[in-house]
Design a protein around this ligand. Structure first.
Ligand code: MG
Length: 177
C-alpha cells in the first residue's frame, strides 16, 4: 500500500504536535510537583503517557502504509504557570490545535480519496472530543471551586480522582483502536 504524498506530509507534520504534547504535559507535571500538587502532577503525567501512545500510533501508521515517519524536532514547552487554571487553559489550547490539525489531515485524505487514513483518524476525532470536553469541564470546576489554599487542596484531590478513573493509555474507546 502506498500512501498519497500529501497525506504522508500532513501526517508527518502532525507528529510534531503529538510529540510536543508529550513534553508539554510532562513540563506541566513538573510544575505541579514543584508546587506540591501531587494529584495534578499524576494527572498530567498520565496525559503525557497518553500523548506518547498517540505519537506512536501515527508513527506506526505512516510506516505501515508505505510512508516514512520523520521524528520531529520539538520546541521547549511552557514550563511555568501562574496557577492550576492556567495549566488547564494552556492544555485546552494545545488540544484545540491538535484537533484542528487532525481535521486538516482528514481534509487532505478526502481530497486524495485515501479512505484508509480517514478510517485511521476516526479514533482521534473521538479522542480529541473527549480531551476538549474533559478540559472544559475541569476549567469550569476550578472556576467554581475558586481560589485559596483550601480550594487548591480540593482541586488537587479532584485531579487525583480523575487520573485514577481515566483508563491508562488514552481514550475511553481505546479498546476499539
Ligand atoms: Mg494527542
Amino acid at each position: 500500500m502506498i500512501i498519497p504524498k500529501k497525506v504522508e506530509k500532513a501526517l508527518n507534520d502532525h507528529l510534531e504536535l503529538e510529540a510536543s504534547a508529550v513534553f508539554s504535559y510532562l513540563a506541566t507535571a513538573a510544575w505541579c510537583e514543584k508546587e506540591g500538587l501531587e494529584g495534578c502532577a499524576k494527572f498530567f503525567r498520565k496525559q503525557s503517557d497518553e500523548e506518547h501512545v498517540h505519537f506512536m500510533k501515527f508513527f506506526d501508521y505512516i510506516n505501515e502504509v508505505g510512508g516514512h515517519a520523520i521524528v520531529p524536532a520539538v520546541k521547549q514547552p511552557k514550563t511555568d504557570f501562574k496557577d492550576v487554571l492556567e495549566t488547564c487553559e494552556s492544555a485546552l489550547k494545545g488540544e484545540q490545535k491538535v484537533t484542528k490539525s487532525i481535521y486538516n489531515i482528514i481534509k487532505v485524505a478526502r481530497e486524495e480519496e485515501d479512505h484508509a487514513t480517514i478510517d485511521f483518524l476516526r479514533f482521534f476525532v473521538d479522542e480529541q472530543r473527549e480531551e476538549e470536553v474533559q478540559f472544559n469541564r475541569i476549567i469550569d470546576k476550578i472556576k467554581l471551586i475558586g481560589k485559596g489554599a483550601q480550594s487548591l487542596y480540593y482541586i488537587d484531590k479532584e485531579f487525583e480522582k480523575i487520573s485514577t478513573q481515566k483508563p491508562a493509555g488514552g481514550a475511553q474507546n481505546a479498546e476499539k483502536a
